[in-house]
Design a protein around this ligand. Sequence first.
Ligand code: SF4
Length: 219
Amino acid sequence: MSYRVKEIFYSLQGEGANTGRGAVFVRFSGCNLWSGCESDRAAATCKFCDTDFVGTDGGGGGVYETAGELVGAVVEAFPQGGDNSMASQLFVVCTGGEPLLQLDAALIAALHAAGCQIAVETNGTIAAPDGIDWITVSPKPNTTLVQRSGHELKLVYPIDELAPSDFENLPFERFYIQPLDPQTSDGDNCENVKIARDFCLANPQWRLSLQMHKILGIR
Ligand code: SF4
């Protein structure tokens, strides 16, 4: 199959347990919970998205006809073009949009053959294929959680329809609370950070995840 990619870029992971780790991000186009058009936001299942995942016009974006072609672009995006000596450090974060609409066995095999570790950031409405090295699930309101296990569960907070208690018994290794970004909500960011901080202090199963890339002013 071909792969529609919005952009590919190298940066530091800003969220969750891999915060601060250099990674190539592959932002796949499209999501099953929102068209990505502002005119559709009010009617979308997921209303607080802060990501442009529409089209293929970002840096490194495009329609890649084969898994090999896409992996070539991913490896090129690493410093030194993914020199083999870095093999165990080639950390690739598949994000979106919803990456599990496109991440398939062929792409997983091709990334592994190139020495990459594969992480995925998913809304959890689609089952993850075998072979992914790091699964982050971020549940969204009014959806059915299909991918119910993984390495970390990240909950945007506070959102009325997403109660942490509904998720804390699922088999994830780590649980994160991430303050709701005010850009896409009516809330106050400082207030949301305080609410999230206080929740984590009172519920130590949950750890606080701030979006470090926004604090640093990087992508
Ligand atoms: S599921 Fe993720 S990518 Fe899709 S609209 Fe929601 S926040 Fe955006």
